[in-house]
Design a protein around this ligand. Structure first.
Ligand SMILES: [Zn+2]
Length: 364
């Protein structure tokens, strides 16, 4: 019954996914783009003078400023569109970190995941939550394998099966990676492709082009829907990609576990995040109720990646009170906090799990 309900609701989920993708490129509230570097400028009168000189084969009359190119004073690129290179994968500063994947869109592209429709995101009051991240980029942008492995799905029907062209994922690729986590297989999914450039069974290397961004499936705008799956290639076995994609050099990741006073997970809870040095602000929402999974160590229900290292303040409105937490985001590292209703915030990593093999490579 639940499965049937999901089948009915999934198209609605994809539809709202699109609305998210059609929204303007998410920008940090305080960082509107500033003008980009202007092109090299040749002053008009000087240009005319140059042409004349070429026609007559005579040097230009030296009655004005000498011909010169105007080099504008370099200005830094707008911060909202700028990102440093990524750490090389696999990246793991902590014993339970697992930034195993590189970005499925080249890092020199502006490819932030859609900020208000992250993993676990919900629109309206639907029980269907987002099982991946959406990266809005132009149609035909190359889609790259996030790591090496074997293509185990290439075509229509990833959700419905049977090559159904009405499949909400559209043209999709799944790669089963040649490494695992916690003794389990790892998969990545790339959906809504315009074209697929690999075939089932093919071995691909990290960074290899596997397709082109498109609008197949239930979309109204070009974007890449990217998922990380564990154990099996299923809609129900996803994990948050923001915990698996290597962060930019010098930037870190905020991970939180939000519960109410009684210990139940706080779902769809807005959390404010502010960089105290730059005053850059983010709003991130905790996961919805169903279909998403937490990391076996962090047991999180909130992740915000791509945060420049620095001092931060986290704020959360719970019932009638506002709670705040001061913390630091460190380069390439995870900062972890918990929230427990009226008991407020706690900073610090979770206790190690009873098993010590969370990072044991998977042997297929
Ligand atoms: Zn999506």
């Amino acid at each position: 019954m639940l499965r049937r309900l999901l089948f009915l609701l999934l198209p609605a989920w994809f539809l709202v996914s699109l609305q998210a993708c059609n929204q303007p490129q998410p920008l940090p509230a305080d960082l509107e783009p500033s003008p980009t570097l202007p092109p090299m400028v040749l002053v008009e009168s000087q240009a005319a003078q140059t042409e004349e000189a070429l026609e007559t084969d005579q040097p230009p009359v030296n009655n004005s400023a000498p011909l010169r190119f105007t080099f504008p004073t370099p200005i830094p690129p707008p911060k909202s569109l700028w990102r440093p290179a990524l750490y090389e994968v696999p990246w793991a500063l902590g014993p339970f970190d697992h930034f195993y994947f590189s970005r499925p869109i080249a890092a020199n592209e502006v490819n932030w995941p859609v900020a208000d429709y992250r993993y676990g995101g919900i629109f309206f009051s639907s029980d269907i939550v987002h099982t991946g991240v959406d990266i809005p980029v132009p149609r035909n942008t190359p889609v790259l394998a996030a790591a090496s492995g074997r293509v185990v799905w290439a075509g229509y029907g990833l959700y419905y099966g049977n090559n159904d062209p009405k499949d909400p994922y559209g043209l999709a690729v799944t790669i089963r990676h040649d490494f695992g986590f916690h003794g389990q297989r790892l998969y990545t999914v790339y959906a809504h492709l315009e074209r697929i450039l690999v075939v089932t069974g093919q071995i691909v290397q990290s960074g290899e082009q596997i397709g082109l961004v498109g609008t197949t499936g239930l979309t109204t705008g070009p974007h890449l829907h990217f998922e990380v799956r564990t154990d099996r290639n299923s809609y129900f076995t996803t994990l948050n990609p923001e915990l698996w994609l290597a962060p930019p050099v010098g930037w870190g990741v905020l991970v939180g576990q939000l519960r109410n006073t009684n210990g139940s997970f706080l779902t769809e809870q807005d959390v404010g995040v502010r960089n105290r040095q730059t005053n850059q602000k983010w709003t991130v929402r905790s996961y919805g109720k169903t279909a998403v999974n937490s990391d076996p160590y962090f047991r999180e229900n909130l992740v915000l990646s791509d945060l420049p290292a620095g001092d931060y303040q986290i704020t959360l409105q719970y019932l009638e009170d506002e709670f705040t937490l001061d913390c630091q985001i460190r380069p390439g590292a995870i900062t972890y906090f918990t929230f427990r209703g009226k008991h407020g915030f706690t900073l610090g990593m979770p206790s190690p799990p009873p098993v010590d093999n969370l990072l044991r490579p998977f042997n297929p």
